[in-house]
Design a protein around this ligand. Structure first.
Ligand code: PLP
Length: 417
């Protein structure tokens, strides 16, 4: 079988995957009597020691509530929390921390925007999404459409799982008010040409939101270069803790939007006659925030920053190439999503086997994948399947693990299909 370290082009230093794996203690365990092969990173990725330690240290040495200014621990907690916000700002290359809003995750970030844009929408307005969106980037828009009389319109995808760009252009019109699109599809792995889409939308004054949930584990987006109005992502998919995510938003739009939730922290002054809102970003952060989680996300970003990005991308693409090469070794296996530009994710079906049976049988071999509709039912309808099996790889996965997946699939196919 293959060496653990992934060699790339001649002048490209290989990613030291073996060393990286030691940073993720959860990976070195046995599951069902077999070494764990974790290929469900698209659902949630594992956490390096750097993240676990940062959160542990936060609770041991500095926990208190933030922004109260009454004592030393409060100051320490506030500076760790706001320091993490600055780390996120740097990661996204946002102009200001005023544009970085903590949320519970991508889902809450998109709900916040949909709610905040409601006053701009009226009957007949159109919100463009894509056929490949996660429900998190469909349902909040349907809810706001219900309230305002706007319509949610999907941009179709090709059988290969790429956006139909001609259709996108012909769908744009004077009623289009919002374009909300995934940077990367969670099912297909397709990397959408968001820079070009945003550029087209901008020409028509359309507000743009990018769902970056599946992109940030692989890429570092530059929100100023993209010139998107909003960019949303979740910490837990990019090696940080659960319970926290980020909404980047252009400050002039955030200023204009009404608060999402009311309570402590988001106010300037409260009286029974009139309540006024806090400045950005706090206007959108009602209640005590997820402080340790913010610190953990900051540590995850720092950890990613310590890796060689180019080597990481090359290692990930080597995993995808190996997986694609091995598809033919499993009779009846078909990949759903064969876009030219893809992150290392394979959604597949195997003739004669139900996806959930594939998942269960792989789990018996210690191999974790995801099966089902992946919160993308409209995409499942497009492909005419109830669900798929999905293996989603991260930079800590090895070529050996890809081969183990396919060896197990061959066995399952022989015995059960
Ligand atoms: C593309 C995409 N968008 C949004 C989400 C929702 O993320 P969260 O559940 O962390 O809010 C996911 C989660 O799988 C996703 O893959």
């Amino acid at each position: 079988m293959t060496d653990l370290s992934v060699a790339n082009t001649a002048n490209q230093p290989a990613l030291d995957v073996e060393a990286i794996r030691r940073d993720f203690p959860i990976l070195s365990q046995q599951v069902n009597g077999k070494p764990l092969v974790y290929l469900d990173n698209g659902a949630s990725a594992q956490k390096p020691v750097a993240v676990l330690d940062a959160m542990d240290r936060y609770y041991r040495e500095m926990h208190s509530n933030v922004h109260r200014g009454a004592h030393t621990l409060g100051d320490r907690a506030t500076s760790a929390f706001e320091g993490a916000r600055e780390t996120v700002r740097g990661f996204l290359n946002a102009a200001s921390t005023r544009e970085i809003i903590w949320t519970r995750g991508t889902t809450e970030a998109i709900n916040l925007v949909a709610n905040g844009l409601a006053p701009r929408l009226q009957s007949g307005d159109e919100i463009l999404v894509t056929q490949m969106e996660h429900h998190a980037n469909i349902v909040p828009w349907q809810m706001v459409a219900e309230r305002t009389g706007a319509k949610v319109i999907p941009i179709p995808v090709t059988p290969a799982g790429e956006l139909e760009l001609d259709s996108f252009h012909s769908l744009l019109n004077e009623r289009t008010k919002v374009l909300a699109v995934a940077h990367v599809s969670n099912v297909l792995g397709t990397v959408n040409p968001i820079a070009a889409l945003i550029n087209e939308a901008k020409k028509r004054g359309i507000i743009t939101l990018v769902d970056g949930a599946q992109a940030v584990p692989h890429y570092q987006p530059d929100v100023q270069a993209l010139d998107c109005d909003f960019y949303a992502f979740s910490s837990h998919k990019m090696f940080g803790p659960t319970g926290i995510g980020v909404l980047y938003g252009k400050s002039h739009l955030l200023e204009e939007m009404p608060p999402y939730q009311g309570g402590g922290e988001m106010i300037e002054r409260v009286s029974f006659e009139r309540t006024t809102w806090n400045t950005l970003p706090y206007k959108f952060e009602a209640g005590t925030p997820a402080i340790a989680e913010a610190v953990g996300l900051g540590a995850a970003i720092d950890y990613l920053g310590s890796l060689d990005r180019k080597a990481m991308e090359a290692a990930e693409s080597a995993l995808l190439i190996r997986a694609n090469d091995l598809v033919e070794s499993v009779p009846g296996m078909e990949i759903i999503g064969t876009a030219t530009d893809k992150v290392p994710v394979i959604s597949f079906k195997i003739a004669g086997l139900h996806p959930s049976d594939i998942g269960t049988l792989l789990d018996q071999q210690g191999i974790a994948i995801r099966t089902g509709h992946h919160c993308a039912m409209p995409l499942m309808d497009f492909y005419g399947v109830p669900g798929t099996a999905r293996a989603s790889f991260a930079f800590y996965n090895t070529l050996n693990e890809v081969e183990q997946l396919f060896t197990a699939l061959q066995k399952i196919q022989r015995l059960f299909a």
